[in-house]
Design a binder for this molecule. Sequence first.
Ligand code: CA2
Length: 148
Amino acid sequence: MSRSLLVLNGPNLNLLGTRQPQVYGSATLRDVEAMCRAKGTSLGIDIDFRQSNHEGVLVDWIHEARGRHAGLVINAGAYTHTSVALMDAITSVELPVAEVHLSNIHKREEFRHRSFISKVAVGMICGFGPIGYCLGIEALADHLGWRA
Ligand code: CA2
């Protein structure tokens, strides 16, 4: 398997940097993508970075990741807290997953404390803003036994 990771973003993350900066910071999704690509380059990893507002599209992309990517970094947005479909898709492809959230979901409303993604992820990083994506890439690279 080539050194390639899929970085998936769920609903409303296309709005990053345009609203609610007190919660999600001022970086745009393009900024986050640039950070992920820089981290990938430094570790010799190809990064496929995507965002969709549609649950079924995210499910399709997870299915397509099998055989193309060695693992997934995912911020599923609000689907984190609701989507059995995303959880099942991750289980079905048998790829290691690093779950990422910009905000500390455990400091926030009760409904954000439950994550269906955490049940099938290797681990989860939350509360550190966009750097969390870079930490997720590094953590997966280590999990996969890749060395820079
Ligand atoms: O903290 C995170 O990364 C979240 O996954 C973000 C989701 C939220 O539903 C999760 O509970 C935690 C929301 C993403 C929405 O992003 C926006 C960004 C700017 C303006 C409006 C929404």
